[in-house]
Design a binder for this molecule. Structure first.
Ligand SMILES: *[C@@H]1O[C@H](CO)[C@@H](O)[C@H](O)[C@H]1NC(C)=O
Ligand SMILES: *[C@@H]1O[C@H](CO)[C@@H](O)[C@H](O)[C@H]1NC(C)=O
Ligand SMILES: *[C@@H]1O[C@H](CO)[C@@H](O)[C@H](O)[C@H]1NC(C)=O
Ligand SMILES: *[C@@H]1O[C@H](CO)[C@@H](O)[C@H](O)[C@H]1NC(C)=O
Ligand SMILES: *[C@@H]1O[C@H](CO)[C@@H](O)[C@H](O)[C@H]1NC(C)=O
Ligand SMILES: *[C@@H]1O[C@H](CO)[C@@H](O)[C@H](O)[C@H]1NC(C)=O
Ligand SMILES: *[C@@H]1O[C@H](CO)[C@@H](O)[C@H](O)[C@H]1NC(C)=O
Ligand SMILES: *[C@@H]1O[C@H](CO)[C@@H](O)[C@H](O)[C@H]1NC(C)=O
Ligand SMILES: *[C@@H]1O[C@H](CO)[C@@H](O)[C@H](O)[C@H]1NC(C)=O
Ligand SMILES: *[C@@H]1O[C@H](CO)[C@@H](O)[C@H](O)[C@H]1NC(C)=O
Length: 528
């Protein structure tokens, strides 16, 4: 199947959406990092922060590497992003790339403290992201925009030195047919979209106008979301011409300063360095947008505190044999989400139990040179949250589970084409107690458990693939203080990551106590 990929990139900035009972959940445990006991400066080694994740599978070919940005981020908070020009590397192999990797390396050394919770002796972190799916964009010159919201003042004096490098891995020869599976985006054509500047800012809903080539036969909207407040739950709703086409109930990412900074040193929170993105199948709705006219996607965030960033890429597969494809929406169901809230309160002691569920169903056909393919898409969500508070919010238990199931099924009149099923489950538990000891001293205890579980099952005429990820972080904080000062603090984190697929397995079991790593076991063998 020869396919094409086209990408639309836009960015929105969503401000202040009112809500929420979760607002003060973590307030009691929030400390500026300068209040934390700092390790002695004798220990002058740089701390390497890391997010536990499966190492990327790389081709055996030698990569061409290309430093695309080197920048020192000083006071950048609320400033425009830093721009870098990208031109496709001409000295690399001409046979195409099987993998493109973006590598971000940043260091920060401080006098006192700075935003991503560094330490005086300096920190460094490296993130690698597979950007092969954007290869059609990278065939032409582009502008890369990088935003890092850093604050520099008398307290926060850190400057982040950042390098961004692209590594291009030429395809292995002969091509491994096995790897063909993910290469729907090959032979990409590149088109540019105008990004409406005035669509960047909004209060409740943001609209983005777009226009697509008239020979698309598949469309997937990939959405990146990040929040910058104390929210633990929110929903992104995507609409097309005013009707809801998809929703996202995102994983609660906890950044390096979240809840209690010592929990995330040097093991950082799940997703904090590499935010998960979410795909919404747009193919059933293609028939409505293939007319060559401008259409509008609307993005809204519900149940959220400010500030939110949403980025979306629209991936389109173009029919290289036809100038035009046609399509029709067959079914679209978006029943009202179910919501229930039970609360019991006596003064400041009380509990909330919130449950919500939502289901979205759509189907539609597209006629292209591949035939008349009917695509069915189903999204099912459920959410449960309980909160218990006592003693002036000094004692809190928070227990939340988000489930999101997405399935897409495509068929020709007489045969099956492909199916993808994704099941996600995100449990999050937080216990915190602040005990005033009556003599000016206090004790703070925190227990946390955060999980990212994902099962993926896909089939196509040439085979199937299945994978499962169980990624769980447990953390405990034990802190003793006097007045406003922390006298002693202990933060421990244990993480167990287990990835298992029909192609590979990877597991890691790692733990840290304050900064030192206590144990770290990695395995690449499947237990089966
Ligand atoms: C959260 O705390 C702030 C002050 O610290 C207070 O003004 C606000 O009402 C509290 N919000 C809730 C939901 O309790
Ligand atoms: C390709 O060119 C870039 C910039 O012109 C350079 O940084 C890089 O080292 C070169 N790579 C190879 C493999 O020659
Ligand atoms: C960025 O690259 C330059 C040049 O290769 C190097 O001197 C510097 O140490 C790098 N900085 C980081 C943060 O990796
Ligand atoms: C959007 O709605 C308007 C008015 O109902 C209609 O004319 C137009 O065709 C619709 N477009 C899409 C893409 O549904
Ligand atoms: C709230 O609970 C605390 C114990 O955690 C108790 O001492 C206090 O009397 C309770 N307050 C109310 C209004 O019930
Ligand atoms: C998601 O799928 C799993 C496995 O089939 C099921 O147990 C769970 O109830 C589903 N959740 C939702 C929200 O549909
Ligand atoms: C959290 O709530 C779920 C039910 O939603 C329950 O099964 C689980 O045991 C609770 N976790 C804790 C640690 O209480
Ligand atoms: C305050 O009381 C706690 C518990 O009784 C005790 O451990 C701590 O040492 C006392 N602190 C001071 C400053 O007396
Ligand atoms: C907190 O975690 C510790 C260690 O995992 C455990 O022993 C303790 O029972 C937990 N306490 C609560 C209230 O969850
Ligand atoms: C992780 O390693 C620790 C220490 O070796 C061990 O106690 C624990 O059982 C391991 N957990 C898993 C899931 O393997």
């Amino acid at each position: 199947m020869s396919s094409s990929l086209l990408i639309l990139f836009f960015s929105l900035f969503i401000l202040h959406l009112p809500f929420a009972c979760n607002a003060n959940l973590t307030k009691a445990n929030r400390f500026r990092s300068e209040l934390l006991p700092q390790p002695s400066l004798k220990d002058a080694s740089i701390t390497r922060y890391f997010e536990v994740t499966k190492p990327m599978e790389l081709p055996k070919t030698k990569s061409c590497s290309y430093l695309i940005l080197q920048h020192d981020f000083g006071f950048t908070f609320t400033q425009p992003p830093v721009l870098a020009n990208y031109t496709p590397p001409l000295n690399c192999s001409s046979q195409g790339f099987s993998k493109i990797v973006l590598e971000w390396t940043a260091t920060c050394k401080i006098l006192r403290s700075c935003t991503a919770e560094p330490r005086a002796t300096g920190i460094v972190w490296t993130i690698k992201k597979d950007i092969t799916r954007y290869s059609s964009l990278l065939k032409n010159p582009q502008t890369l925009a990088v935003y890092l919201g850093n604050l520099v003042d008398q307290t926060y004096t850190g400057i982040y030195h950042v390098n961004i490098t692209f590594h291009f891995y030429p395809a292995e020869l002969p091509q491994n047919p096995h790897k063909q599976r993910n290469s729907n985006s090959k032979d990409a054509q590149n088109k540019e979209f105008k990004i409406p500047q005035n669509a960047y800012r909004a209060v409740l809903e943001v609209y983005v106008s777009f226009q697509i080539p008239q020979n698309a036969y598949r469309a997937v909207l990939e959405v990146y979301v990040s929040f910058h407040s104390d929210d633990a739950f929110w929903e992104v709703v995507v609409s097309l011409n005013g009707s809801v086409v998809g929703a996202i109930w995102p994983f609660t990412v906890i950044y390096t300063g979240g809840i209690y900074p010592l929990l995330w040193r040097p093991i950082t929170g799940i997703g904090s360095f590499n935010l998960p993105s979410y795909d919404i199948e747009i193919t059933p709705f293609l028939g409505k947008i293939l007319d060559g006219n401008l259409h509008k996607f609307g993005f809204s965030v519900t149940n959220a505190l400010d500030v939110w960033y949403i980025d979306a890429n629209l991936h389109l597969w173009l029919d290289s044999n036809r100038e035009r494809t046609e399509g029709k929406l067959i079914k679209h169901r978006n029943p009202r989400p179910q919501l229930s809230l039970v609360q019991h309160f006596m003064g400041l002691n009380g509990s909330f139990i919130t449950s919500a569920s939502r289901s979205l169903v759509s189907s539609g056909w597209v006629k292209s040179s591949h035939g008349k393919i009917t695509t069915y898409s189903v999204q099912d969500f459920s959410f449960r949250n309980s909160m218990e508070m006592k003693d002036n919010f000094n004692f809190q238990i928070f227990n939340q589970t988000i489930e999101a199931n997405n399935s897409v099924f495509a068929k020709l009149p007489s045969s099956f084409v492909y199916s993808v099923e994704l099941m996600q489950r995100f449990p999050f538990y937080l216990y915190s107690a602040n005990v005033d000891q009556g003599n000016g001293s206090f004790l703070s205890l925190v227990n946390l458990s955060l999980g990212f579980n994902e099962d993926r099952f896909s089939t196509a005429s040439f085979g199937f693939s299945t994978s499962s990820l169980r990624n769980l972080q447990n953390g405990q904080v034990n802190m003793f203080g006097k007045g406003n000062l922390v006298v002693s603090a202990l933060g421990s984190t244990q993480q167990v990551y287990a990835y298992d697929s029909n192609e590979e397995c990877y597991s890691r079991n790692v733990s840290s106590k304050n900064y030192p790593v206590l144990y770290d076991e990695k395995r690449e063998i499947c237990d089966r």
